[in-house]
Design a protein around this ligand. Structure first.
Ligand SMILES: *[C@@H]1O[C@H](CO)[C@@H](O)[C@H](O)[C@H]1NC(C)=O
Ligand SMILES: *[C@@H]1O[C@H](CO)[C@@H](O)[C@H](O)[C@H]1NC(C)=O
Length: 363
């Protein structure tokens, strides 16, 4: 009796210890990942000791069923680090391809460490369970892995504020679950893939601050959930697809600082878009006189283009215009009166050909 009890307790202990401990291969992969990084100020990796990487290893969590490492969550700007050390994080080194041995990873967040260099390991595209890849705010170079499109579960791809170059890979538009794409402030060049509209789940597409060229693919208009499209500060040319003004939930459209030509589609002024920045392009023609009670603009910035003709009279019918900028165009004529104009300053209208009336000089 006593003997069987001790056998049971040995068995029980073995069960409990395997419940708690991560597989030695996952532990080894994490230690190899850590070895390629250097974090001098906060000592976050000091907690990475012992055999059980699923327990009290800073930034690591495991899947409750498979007991495999599921999340790497290391944020240099996180509040708890700041509270503990009174400073934000800084880390150098690179992301080792050993990370790909953690084949159960569901999220990788290695964000805002400012000093991490090297490339995104190509093998990351082979992690079958990856849902979140967030590497914002480092100094990562090289290209987005060519076969990124293999990550069929990916919902967030954020590599903003790095030094990533090369093109947007064609396979990216195969990410049928992608909801949030943030490539801002990198050195990405080449066009937006024509098939961009295949990203049916996408709600935010932030590509600002790169060297992206070519036209805006009309397929973008097929993305029913797209709420925020930011293509500003690139080298995009061609015209604005009028179908952008027919999108159900598009509320922010930033195309400022590009080389866009042609006219301003009237659809855009009657759409759900409430933040519209088209500043610093080469748009021409008249501003369509199609505003109405459904027009509601937090921001309407059309400055630094080649618009001519009058300030549209119907703009006074808009239910709200927060920030209007029509400066640096070739507009001419009397500025209409009415509620949306009451609070606007002269700077909204300056540097045109011959505008007059409040808030500029009398006609
Ligand atoms: C997209 O996925 C399909 C089906 O899995 C595949 O045949 C195709 O090669 C992929 N396209 C790219 C550009 O990777
Ligand atoms: C619109 O874009 C221009 C150019 O990038 C920028 O300077 C301006 O501040 C933006 N307007 C608003 C209201 O944010």
């Amino acid at each position: 009796m006593k003997r069987s009890f001790s056998i049971i307790s040995v068995l029980l202990f073995a069960v409990i210890s395997t419940v708690n401990s991560c597989p030695p291969s996952d532990r080894a992969a994490l230690l190899a990942f850590k070895a390629a990084l250097h974090e001098p100020y906060l000592g976050i990796f000091k907690s990475w000791t012992g055999t059980d990487c699923c327990h009290n290893w800073y930034g690591i969590s495991c899947d409750t069923e498979s007991k495999r490492v599921a999340d790497i969550n290391l944020r240099g700007e996180s509040k708890d680090l700041f509270e503990r050390a009174g400073r934000s994080g800084y880390m150098t080194g690179y992301i080792s391809s050993e990370i790909c041995k953690l084949t159960r990873l569901s999220s990788i967040t290695i964000a805002d460490w400012k000093g991490i260099t090297g490339q995104i390991p190509k093998c990351i595209a082979s992690l079958p369970f990856l849902r979140i890849l967030d590497l914002i705010g480092n100094k990562i170079t090289g290209e987005i892995p060519t076969d990124i499109g293999k990550l069929q579960r990916l919902t967030v791809l954020n590599v903003a504020d790095n030094q990533i170059s090369g093109r947007i890979p064609a396979s990216l538009t195969n990410l049928s679950n992608l909801m949030h794409l943030d490539l801002r402030n990198n050195k990405i060049s080449g066009p937006i893939p024509k098939t961009f509209g295949r990203l049916r789940m996408l709600s935010r597409a932030l590509l600002s601050g790169n060297s992206i060229s070519g036209p805006i693919p009309a397929s973008v208009c097929q993305i029913y959930r797209l709420a925020d499209l930011d293509l500003s500060l690139n080298k995009i040319y061609g015209t604005i697809p009028p179908c952008l003004g027919k999108m159900a939930v598009l509320t922010t459209l930033n195309l400022d600082c590009n080389k866009i030509t042609g006219g301003l589609p009237s659809t855009l002024l009657k759409s759900a878009v409430g933040n519209l920045n088209l500043s610093r392009n080469a748009l021409q023609g008249k501003i369509p006189d199609v505003f109405g009670p459904r027009s509601y603009f937090m921001v309407l910035d059309l400055s630094h283009n080649f618009f001519k003709g009058p300030v549209p009279k119907t703009l006074s019918l808009a239910s709200y215009v927060g920030h209007l900028d029509l400066s640096f165009n070739h507009l001419c004529g009397r500025i209409p009166g009415g509620a949306p104009f009451d609070h606007l300053e002269a700077s909204s209208f300056m540097y045109n050909d011959c505008l007059c009336g409040k808030p500029l000089r009398a006609c």
